[in-house]
Structure formats: C-alpha cells, structure tokens
Write a protein that binds this ligand. Structure first.
Ligand SMILES: Nc1nc2c(ncn2[C@@H]2O[C@H](COP(=O)(O)OP(=O)(O)OP(=O)(O)O)[C@@H](O)[C@H]2O)c(=O)[nH]1
Ligand SMILES: [Mg+2]
Ligand SMILES: [Zn+2]
Length: 307
C-alpha cells in the first residue's frame, strides 16, 4: 500500500485536510481502528499532527493510517464533556493568546489560565494585546502596567493593532520561522491578524456584536497556514473558557514562575502556599512582590483542579 507522510492543516469534525510531502492537499478520514481508540479525547487527530495516509485513487477518500508521536500539544478540558480533553493543536513552537486591549483589565484571570496551560505543556506562550488603536490615554497607561506585570515574569508581551498595523513588525519577528498557535476569545481579531500578516490568506472575519461587544464565532474550525516558507500560523475558533485538563493540584504552582522560584524557601516542602506558616509565597504576597491578581488566579486554579 502506498503511504504518504503529511501534516494535518485543517480539522472539521470527521474530515481532515492533510498536506502531503508531495505538496498536494488531501481530504482524509481516519481509518476505522483509529476512530475507535480515542480514550478521553474529543478528537484523536488535531491540526499540526504528522500522519501517514493512503492517498485516494480518483474520487475516493484518503485515509489516515498512523499518527506520528507528537513533539508537544496543547489540551484543555472539553467545554461540554468535562471528563474529556480537547486537543487544540500539536507540534507547535509557541502559543499566542490574542486579547482585546480594550477589555484587558478584566482578562487577567483568563491570561493566567492560558499561561498555566502553556507552562504545563512546556510551550512558550506569547500574550498579544490587539486593537490598541481603540485605547484612550488612561487605557493605554493601564495596559502598560499590565504589560510590565507580565514582562517582569519574563513573558513576551506584544501590543499591536491589526487595523493600523502598529507594531506588526515586532509580531512578525516573533513569528518568523516558527509554528504559532493563535488562540483567544471570539472577536479579538485572530483571523484579522492572520489576513493582515499573510494577504494570501482569506479567513472570514466579522464585526463584534454592537450590543455585547462579543465576537460571533466567525472561525468555526482550526486551520494552519504557511505564511512564509517555514513560518506557520494556526488560526482557531474563539474559546470562551480555558479549563486546564489533567493538571494536578500540586503542579499548578509549578506553572507560576514567581511561585515556582520561591517554593524552596517555604518551611514545608509540600507547602500549598495557602495557609501554612513560614510560607515564602505568602510573605512575598504580603510585601507586594507577587501581584494579587496572579495569586488569585493561582487559588482559583488550585480550587478547580480535581486531580
Ligand atoms: N479597531 C480594531 N478592530 C479590529 C482589529 N483587529 C480586528 N478588528 C475587528 O474585530 C472584529 C473581529 O475580528 P476577527 O478577526 O473576526 O476576530 P476572531 O478573533 O478571528 O474571531 P472568531 O473567529 O470569532 O474567534 C472585526 O470586525 C475586525 O475588523 C484592530 O486592531 N483594531
Ligand atoms: Mg476568526
Ligand atoms: Zn509556601
């Protein structure tokens, strides 16, 4: 049987678009056996996966026979099936969270969730505030403070506008030569950014609702684009929430750099940094060395974790 190696570039329910090493795109389905064995996952194959598939003869469907071991992946709790994980993408170099700069101050919890998931799966995160063209001076100052908070923790923060193209050059520098996943709420401008960076891509975009300012879930499936040779962007449907999947309570603090670095100074080696005496984290929090918003996110994620 002739098999070709390829990369999954689109996933829409039961169908996968696979770009073969021959440079052609194939519409594939999963071999029956692969369909059966997807324990606790909403989908067995995800964009970014490398697969071996049997190309179809004429009108028939191509069939994915084998999924190669993943270099890495991002996963969250499936929104409607809580005991299931939902893979977001595989084999990526970095994960970008796009945030609407206007609502940034109310998004710190969401940002921290994203950072925790990225840390847990060892994927470098980037936080990108888009739509900075809409900010007034006060909002600009608030955003600068948020930027400094995360930069102090060594995270990469970008302030951009897809509309005015402000700072898009720095964004391109961050993207160059890498596979980057774009994630975030609906309507924050993920697809607009992809279209702006790569004019050959024509992802649908739509205005946010006048009433709620929320997005309309315009992008409905994940897709990977090669925007330059060797530079890939993965556009995804907007997510409402991001609940970590299979991250143990004890692991949560390891995903906060400012907690991780202080934990060894706590009196108890298994300190939860919540009520213990001589806790270096609580001391740093009291001294203002740890941001209250970050600590709040930590507590929230520990409470949520049922592992
Ligand atoms: N003012 C302003 N509007 C922007 C900017 N970037 C995107 N938008 C607008 O925001 C709206 C939503 O953009 P989309 O690109 O569809 O958002 P999305 O994140 O892909 O949304 P989903 O596909 O639903 O997840 C559109 O009306 C865009 O024109 C920006 O930098 N400034
Ligand atoms: Mg979109
Ligand atoms: Zn402690």
């Amino acid at each position: 049987m002739l098999m070709i190696k390829g990369r999954v570039i689109q996933a829409t329910g039961a169908w996968y678009q696979v770009k073969g090493e021959d440079g052609l795109c194939y519409a594939c389905q999963l071999r029956g056996k692969l369909r059966l064995h997807a324990p606790q996952l909403t989908s067995r194959v995800v964009v970014g996966d490398e697969v071996f598939f049997e190309p179809a003869k004429e009108q028939a469907t191509s069939v994915i026979h084998k999924i190669m071991p993943r270099r890495n992946y991002l996963i969250r709790q499936a929104p409607h099936r809580k005991s299931y994980g939902q893979l977001l993408a595989a084999n990526i170099d970095q994960a970008l969270l796009v945030v609407n700069a206007v609502t940034a101050p109310t998004q710190l919890g969401f940002i921290d969730r994203f950072l925790v998931v990225a840390e847990a799966f060892k994927i470098p995160p980037v936080i990108m505030f888009n739509k900075i063209d809409l900010l007034d001076t006060v909002q600009q100052e608030v955003l600068e403070r948020i930027k400094r908070l995360y930069e102090k923790l060594n995270y990469t923060i970008l302030l951009v506008s897809a509309h005015t193209q402000q700072h898009l050059a720095s964004l391109c520098q961050v993207l160059l030569g890498k596979v980057s996943l774009l994630s975030g709420h609906s309507g924050v401008g993920k697809s607009t950014l992809v279209n702006t960076i790569a004019p050959a891509v024509h992802q649908a975009v739509a205005p946010t609702s006048q009433f709620s300012q929320k997005g309309r879930h315009t992008t409905t499936y994940t897709a990977l684009f090669e925007v330059l040779p060797g530079t890939f962007l993965i556009d995804t449907p907007g997510i409402q929430t991001l609940v970590p999947y299979a991250i143990r309570k004890q692991t949560v603090s390891h995903c906060f750099p400012e907690l991780r670095s202080r934990a060894s100074a706590c009196k108890f080696h298994n300190c939860t940094h919540q009520h213990e005496p001589d806790c270096a984290v609580l001391q740093a929090l009291a001294k203002g060395e740890i941001a209250p918003s970050r600590y709040e996110s930590y507590q929230q994620l520990v409470d949520e974790s049922n592992e």
